[in-house]
Design a protein. Structure first.
Length: 578
C-alpha cells in the first residue's frame, strides 16, 4: 500500500509546479509553438505528433485567453504532471525514501530545456510526461497502465514511443506478466494509432539519428546537473544491485535512441535522469542514517539533496521562460500590415516570421486577402513570385529579392517589402530597428534592420542605411551628410558581405559591423577595435586594402580558419574586379 508521504509529496509537487508554470505561461511562442497553436485553432494535428495535436485542439476551445495561451496552459499542466510522475516513479523504485523523488523533480524544473518545453507547448513535454509515468507504472508492476503511458509517448514522439513499447513488452514478459493481457494491450494501442493517424496531416516521420543534438541540448545550465546526477544515480543503482536499476538504465538508453530518431528535444531524456537523481540522497541516507526513524530519514534525504538544488540555482535562472509577450503579433503586423489590398500572396524566407504570420492569419484572421505561401527554396520562390506579379497580384516578403529577382524593384512596406515588376522610383524613409521582446525577438529585429539597411546601401543611400541600422548615435549630422554623398569605389569596396559568422558573438554586433563598413566606404574615421572577432577582422581587412598589412598577416590567421578562408575569398573577389 502506498505511503501517505508519497501521495502528499507528489500532490504538492503537482500543485506547486502547475501554479508556477501557469503564472509563467506566455500568451504565444515563436516557431514550433506558434505552429502548433495555429493548427490547434483549426482543429488539425500533424502525423509527427497526432495525440499532442488532438490535446492541443481540445485546449484551444478553453474559454480563457487567446489560443496560444490556452495551448501553453495545457503544456504547463503536462509539465506539472511530469514532475509529479518523477516523484511517483522514485517512490515505486525507492519505497523507503518517497521524498527522494522531490529532489529530482525540483532539479528537472530548473533545467532550461525542460522549462522551454513546458513554457512553449511542444510534443516533447507530452512525451516526457508519458515516459516518466510509464516508468512509474512499470516500477510499480502495473503492466497495462505502463503500456498505456507508452502509447501516450507513441502519439507525441512516434519513434521514441515505439522503442519504449518494445522495452516495456520485454520487461513485462521477463517478469511473468500474462502474455494474453499484453497482446490485448498492444491491440488497443494499434486501434488508437489508427484513429490518431487516420485524420493527421502529413506522413509518419522518417527516422534520423541525431545523438549529438540531443546530448548537446541536454547540457544547458542546470540541465547539466540533472544529466550528471541522474547518470551517477542510475549507474550506482545498477552497480549495487538495486532492484529494477538495470531496467531503468535500459529505458534511459531507449529514450536516448528514440529521441535521437525523432524529435531531438532533450525533455524526455532529462525526465528519466531526474528519476535517477533520487538514488543519490537515498544512498546517502542509507550510508549515514540506517537506524533513524522514518520522519528523520525523510529529513536527511531532503537535506542530502539541497546541495544539488543550490548548484542548479547557481548555474541558471529559476523558473521563468523567455516570454515574447506580443512580439510575434507585432512582427507579423510589421511585415504584412502595410501591404496594399490583395488579392495576393506572402512569400517569406525565414521560419520565425513565417510562423508569426501563420499564427496571426489562423487565429486573428489577419490579412485574409493575402495567402501565406509555404516555405520554399529561393530558386522556386522567385518563379512563384513572377507568376503572381504577372497576374497583377500583391506580393509581400521579408526580403527585397528572392533568387534571381532584382532587389531594386522592391518597395519597402513597414518592415517588409512589396515585390513588383516595375522599377522602384520612390525612396521610403526607413524606420529605426524594432524592439521585440525575447532573445528570438531581438534576433528578428536585428535581421530585419540589416535587411533594410543593406537594401538602402545597395540603392546608394548610405545615410538611410545608417538610419535603418539604428546607427544615428554613432553617425552624427555631419557623418550622415558625408554618407549621403558617398559611394563604394574600387579602393573602398564594401566588405560586410565577406565577413564570416562567428557564433559566439551577440546578434547586435552585426549592426556595429555594418556601421564599420559604412564608415569605411565613406572614408570616415573609425576607432581601433580588438574585439569581437568580426569587427577585428574587418579592421584588419581595411589595413590590407590600404597596403598596411598582407593578406596572410599573423593577426588574421590568429582569428581562426573561418577568418583565413574569408580573407582568401575576399582577395579573390577583389582581384576579379576591374
Amino acid at each position: 500500500m502506498e505511503r501517505p508521504t508519497s501521495t502528499l509529496a507528489s500532490t504538492i509537487v503537482f500543485g506547486v509546479a502547475f501554479a508556477l508554470f501557469a503564472l509563467c505561461t506566455p500568451s504565444v511562442g515563436w516557431d514550433v509553438a506558434a505552429g502548433h497553436a495555429a493548427l490547434a485553432a483549426q482543429h488539425d494535428h500533424l502525423a509527427a505528433a497526432p495525440l499532442f495535436g488532438a490535446l492541443a485542439a481540445a485546449a484551444a476551445d478553453l474559454p480563457v485567453g487567446e489560443v496560444g495561451f490556452r495551448v501553453n496552459l495545457m503544456s504547463a499542466l503536462l509539465g506539472a504532471l511530469t514532475l509529479a510522475g518523477v516523484v511517483k516513479a522514485a517512490r515505486a523504485w525507492l519505497p523507503r525514501d518517497p521524498v527522494a523523488g522531490v529532489i529530482g523533480a525540483v532539479l528537472l524544473a530548473l533545467a532550461p530545456p525542460f522549462r522551454e518545453a513546458v513554457g512553449f507547448a511542444s510534443p516533447s513535454i507530452l512525451a516526457a510526461c508519458g515516459v516518466v509515468w510509464m516508468l512509474a507504472m512499470a516500477l510499480d508492476k502495473r503492466a497495462l497502465p505502463a503500456l498505456a503511458w507508452a502509447g501516450v509517448v507513441v502519439g507525441s514522439s512516434p519513434w521514441l514511443g515505439l522503442v519504449l513499447v518494445v522495452v516495456a513488452l520485454v520487461w513485462f514478459a521477463k517478469t511473468g506478466v500474462n502474455r494474453s493481457s499484453l497482446a490485448l494491450a498492444v491491440a488497443a494501442l494499434g486501434v488508437l494509432a489508427i484513429a490518431l493517424w487516420a485524420t493527421a496531416i502529413g506522413r509518419f516521420p522518417s527516422p534520423a539519428l541525431r545523438f549529438s543534438t540531443v546530448i548537446a541540448s541536454s547540457a544547458q545550465g542546470a540541465a547539466a546537473i540533472v544529466v550528471g546526477s541522474g547518470l551517477l544515480g542510475i549507474a550506482f543503482g545498477a552497480a549495487t544491485g538495486l532492484p529494477s536499476a538495470r531496467w531503468v538504465a535500459i529505458v534511459l538508453l531507449a529514450t536516448l535512441v528514440g529521441a535521437s530518431a525523432g524529435d531531438p528535444s532533450p525533455a524526455p531524456l532529462l525526465a528519466v535522469f531526474a528519476i535517477g537523481i533520487a538514488v543519490i540522497p537515498s544512498a546517502i541516507v542509507r550510508a549515514i542514517a540506517r537506524a533513524v526513524d522514518a520522519r528523520r530519514r525523510e529529513l536527511v534525504v531532503g537535506g542530502a539533496g539541497v546541495p544539488l538544488v543550490l548548484m542548479a540555482l547557481l548555474v541558471g535562472p529559476a523558473l521563468g521562460v523567455d516570454d515574447p509577450r506580443g512580439a510575434p503579433s507585432r512582427l507579423a503586423n510589421d511585415l504584412i500590415g502595410s501591404l496594399p489590398p490583395g488579392p495576393g500572396a506572402i512569400v517569406l524566407t525565414r521560419t520565425t516570421p513565417w510562423s508569426a504570420v501563420n499564427y496571426e492569419q489562423a487565429v486573428a484572421g489577419a490579412r485574409p486577402d493575402l495567402v501565406l505561401a509555404p516555405m520554399m527554396p529561393p530558386e522556386v520562390a522567385d518563379g512563384v513570385v513572377v507568376r503572381h506579379l504577372r497576374e497583377k497580384n500583391i506580393i509581400g516578403s521579408d526580403k527585397p529579392a528572392l533568387g534571381r529577382l532584382d532587389p531594386s524593384r522592391a518597395v519597402p512596406r513597414g518592415r517588409g517589402f512589396q515585390l513588383q515588376l516595375d522599377q522602384a522610383t520612390i525612396a521610403v524613409p526607413p524606420p529605426p530597428p524594432a524592439t521585440y521582446a525575447s532573445t528570438i525577438g531581438e534576433r528578428q529585429a536585428v535581421t530585419l534592420a540589416l535587411t533594410r539597411a543593406r537594401y538602402e546601401a545597395n540603392a546608394g543611400r548610405l545615410d538611410a542605411a545608417a538610419r535603418a541600422a539604428g546607427l544615428t548615435s554613432r553617425f552624427r549630422a555631419a557623418d550622415l551628410a558625408m554618407l549621403a554623398t558617398s559611394a563604394p569605389s574600387p579602393t573602398r569596396p564594401p566588405l560586410y558581405g565577406f565577413v564570416p559568422h562567428f557564433p559566439e558573438e551577440p546578434i547586435r554586433v552585426s549592426l556595429e559591423l555594418f556601421g564599420d563598413d559604412l564608415a569605411w566606404v565613406a572614408g570616415l574615421e573609425q576607432p581601433a577595435v580588438d574585439t569581437p572577432r568580426s569587427r577585428k577582422l574587418h579592421a584588419l581587412w581595411r589595413e590590407v586594402l590600404l597596403g598596411i598589412r598582407k593578406a596572410d598577416d599573423p593577426e588574421i590567421i590568429a582569428l581562426g580558419p573561418d577568418a583565413v578562408a574569408a580573407t582568401a575569398e575576399l582577395t579573390t573577389a577583389l582581384l576579379k574586379r576591374p
